[in-house]
Design a protein around this ligand. Structure first.
Ligand SMILES: C[S@@+](CC[C@H](N)C(=O)[O-])C[C@H]1O[C@@H](n2cnc3c(N)ncnc32)[C@H](O)[C@@H]1O
Length: 315
């Protein structure tokens, strides 16, 4: 079974690791995962590119060709370069050992040149060949250019809008798949709907505030996205339960955004009407969740500044 590698940004490492695990298991529930610090190895039927395109915090990714016990490279490993015109070698050292990386990269390049017609290109190679060193194991793999991730445009913004990367990570952590529908009952400027649509997931948004409803509408129209939008209180969710597969939302904090009532009270009422058997990712202010009977499967803390730490709850 193919093995892929993902080197993750250390900014939100726990979220980044779980994001890869959930995406891999969403596509193939029998995927096997191995975590070595910020390196995640996935054994799955799913191609690495499919996982890489969905993941938010993966910096480098590719397919593993062969696990290595030393620096042994053979002809079979270079099959992948058969149709490539250009390549480059990169060493990733996640171990505590010291290597002369430029020297290693260049001698690896020389060695590959003996087996392959491909020429070295430092700037724009068709294929990048990786040697990854970890404390106990080394990996040999490759990656090639993948199409840029499609990002929506926002014609109207608002200070309380959610960071697009965390929004995407929440969609992924909830386990939503292409073709499914996500609902954001506090949709604000429409970040969840915009990112979901860009990922091939349909959206339904609710917001009780006319101004926010209009901002979402304009942002969706600017991208040609057809998400359903309703100007309504979040309790309107009860009338459309059959229309979505999951909820991804960021609740009011009682700061910049308008709230119909005390934000803690809103969360309590919201949790009370959460539909069962849906994929759920909620962001709210830390400690708001303490009195709730929610039993999240996972909980992540996101420090914003000294008076605001947010949490993501996955159900
Ligand atoms: C933190 S903001 C959401 C921001 C959004 N994720 C974005 O990126 O723009 C909370 C939103 O909840 C809306 N809201 C507050 N009370 C509401 C209620 N009772 N029903 C529906 N929406 C409400 C506010 O108008 C605001 O747009």
């Amino acid at each position: 079974m193919p093995e892929s590698f993902f080197i993750l940004s250390k900014d939100y490492l726990e979220i980044a690791i779980d994001e890869i695990i959930t995406i891999a298991k969403t596509y193939d529930r029998f995927s096997k995962i191995k975590i070595i610090s910020n390196l995640v190895i996935v054994q799955s039927k799913t191609n690495w590119e499919k996982i890489a395109k969905r993941s938010t915090f993966s910096k480098i990714s590719g397919q593993i060709l062969r696990k290595m016990s030393g620096l042994f490279l053979d002809e079979e490993n270079f099959e992948v370069l058969k149709n490539a015109k250009t390549f480059v070698c990169r060493i990733i050292n996640l171990s505590s050992k010291q290597f002369n990386i430029p020297e290693l990269e260049s001698s690896m390049g020389d060695m590959i040149s003996k087996f392959s017609q491909a020429k070295v290109s430092l700037d724009n190679p068709d294929i990048v060949v990786y040697l990854i060193f970890t404390e106990n194991e080394n990996f040999f793999g490759f990656s090639k250019k993948i199409n840029e991730v499609i990002r929506p445009i926002k014609v109207k913004k608002h200070p309380h809008e959610l960071d697009w990367k965390l929004t995407r990570a929440m969609i992924n952590l909830a386990g939503l798949q292409e073709g499914e529908t996500v609902c954001d009952p506090f949709c604000g400027t429409g970040t969840t709907l915009l990112e979901a649509e860009a990922m091939g997931i349909h959206g339904i948004g609710l917001d009780f505030d006319e101004k926010m409803y209009q901002i979402s509408k304009n942002n969706l129209e600017a991208n040609g996205y057809k998400s359903k939008l309703v100007k309504d209180d979040f309790t309107g969710l009860k009338n459309i339960v059959g229309e979505f597969d999951g909820i991804v939302t960021d609740l009011p904090y009682g700061r910049a955004s308008k709230a119909s009532e005390n934000p803690e009270e809103i969360l309590k009422k919201f949790v009370a009407i959460l539909p069962k058997k849906k994929k759920i990712a909620i962001m709210c202010k830390k400690d708001f969740e303490k009195k709730l009977k929610l039993n999240p499967m996972k909980k992540y803390e996101i420090y914003r500044h000294k008076s605001l730490t947010r949490i993501i709850l996955i159900k």
